[in-house]
Design a protein around this ligand. Structure first.
Ligand code: XLS
Ligand code: NI
Ligand code: NI
Length: 437
């Protein structure tokens, strides 16, 4: 049974097509720097935004028309959604997906029943994965929606909640392992605080580290070899999230001896909420060897929250792919569209328009980034810009072989000889030229 009748497999038709249900840039098998586009991009569908998000906002109910959802039986509905998801991914040529435990299955009356329902749905997912060859990029736990997580999960002030969340992660790890997931994400949904007046920050951070260590231990116990990721976000739902940004997370991982087990999953809209660019967060991770995976989306410059829009900003896509290429490409990670259609885009076909837009933007971004790298545009400029560190006193500074006294002698003898222009506008214009041709 098909759920998207009248929509065929989306094909690459090139830039001159007038068909809005076609790719203009994403040509799966096209080779870019020695790898096919699909290997570079590793596009993934987010189960939550695509199957369960209904367009609810604080001012109104859901608007999404999803004919396949029309059944009272929540378990049947969950099973149907799996079929819908795989038809959708097949038609778009998406080879990966990501989910939270609570996206794929409804909760039962208690934890035991909830886990049993989860297993029933995972059976269906497993069959669909075998049928299609589509893979799980990462799994995760929703330990933020239910009222029990009102004070957080691993950072809750209540030890029962800590135990409950751990049990949920334990199960989510088991199903991720069963489905051969390439990774597992921790996004600290409510791991933060609303006010320091009632918060023991030190205790909460220690507990969070314990929580993560226990997860690592359990993964070893069951033989799960997927990559663990932390997904930074500065705020929302709490006013302060402990995983504020990449630098904060790195400091945390280092302090608690977790660096060997974790990489980062960088989300564009979280980067901008933290006051950084998407490129900054990716570059920071690349420089520190922790660039793991990407949640591709974009915010709105006028709105101060995580709007999770479909990424269509070509500049951001170019610069993101530039960082990914510089880092040597994805290994376990990929490009997960943690993005949703707007509330007013409520028809099923809008899901296709959305993913096509996102995929084409990143495909074009990849091509432009590869060309910029191949031509050495920015890298050669940077090379030249730092040339003074290649010889003489500069080389000594780099090698850690100088002293303040020697530097003083240098300054007294030479002063400052020549400072070159940064040429920002010229470089921005070159970037434009590479994008627009
Ligand atoms: C929310 C996060 C979330 C994670 C997975 O802002 O982006 O969707 O990616 O829990
Ligand atoms: Ni995300
Ligand atoms: Ni987000």
């Amino acid at each position: 049974m098909a759920f998207f009748n009248g929509i065929d497999k989306i094909k690459f038709e090139g830039i001159n097509t007038t068909n809005q249900l076609a790719f203009r840039h994403y040509n799966q098998e096209e080779m870019v720097m020695g790898k096919s586009m699909k290997e570079h991009l590793k596009f993934s569908m987010s189960y939550w935004h695509t199957l369960t998000g209904m367009g609810v906002d604080p001012f109104g109910q859901g608007t999404a028309i999803r004919p396949w959802d029309e059944t009272e039986d929540k378990i049947e509905q969950a099973k149907t959604r799996v079929k819908v998801a795989f038809e959708f991914m097949e038609k778009l040529g998406l080879e990966y997906f990501c989910f939270h435990d609570r996206d794929i299955a409804p909760e039962g009356k208690d934890l035991a029943e909830t886990n049993a329902i989860l297993d029933e749905i995972v059976d269906v997912i497993e069959m669909e994965m075998q049928r299609t060859g589509i893979k799980l990029l990462w799994g995760t736990t929703n330990a933020f929606s239910h009222p029990r997580f009102v004070h957080g999960a691993g950072t809750s002030c209540n030890a029962d909640v800590f135990a409950y969340a751990a049990t949920q992660v334990k199960k989510a790890l088991e199903i991720t392992h069963r489905l051969n997931g390439a990774g597992y994400v921790f996004w600290g949904g409510r791991e933060g605080y609303e006010t320091l007046l009632n918060t023991n920050m030190g205790l909460e951070l220690d507990n969070l580290a314990t929580f993560l260590h226990l997860a690592v231990d359990y993964a070893k116990e069951i033989g799960f070899k997927g990559q663990f990721y932390i997904e930074p976000k500065p705020k929302e739902p709490t006013k302060h999230q402990y995983d504020f940004d990449a630098a904060t997370v790195l400091g945390f991982l280092r302090k608690y001896d977790l660096l060997d087990s974790f990489k980062l999953n960088i989300e564009a809209n979280h980067a901008t909420l933290a006051g950084h660019t998407f490129q900054h967060e990716l570059a920071f991770c690349r420089e520190n060897g922790v660039l793991g995976s990407i949640d591709a989306n974009q915010g709105d410059i006028l709105l101060g929250w995580d709007t999770d829009q479909i990424p269509t900003n070509i500049y951001d896509a170019v610069l993101a792919m530039y960082e990914v290429l510089l880092a040597g490409g994805f290994t376990t990670g990929g490009l997960n569209f943690d993005a949703k259609v707007r509330r007013a885009s409520f028809e099923p076909i809008d899901l296709f328009y959305a993913y096509i837009a996102g995929m084409d933007t990143f495909a074009k971004g990849l091509k432009v980034a590869a060309k910029l790298l191949e031509d050495g545009v920015f890298e050669n400029f940077k090379e030249e810009r730092y040339a003074s560190y290649k010889s003489g006193i500069g080389a000594k500074i780099r090698a850690g072989k100088t002293t303040f006294t020697e530097l003083e002698q240098h300054a007294l003898q030479y002063g400052v000889r020549e400072i070159a222009s940064g040429r920002q506008e010229m470089l921005e214009n070159i970037l434009n030229q590479y994008i627009y041709g």
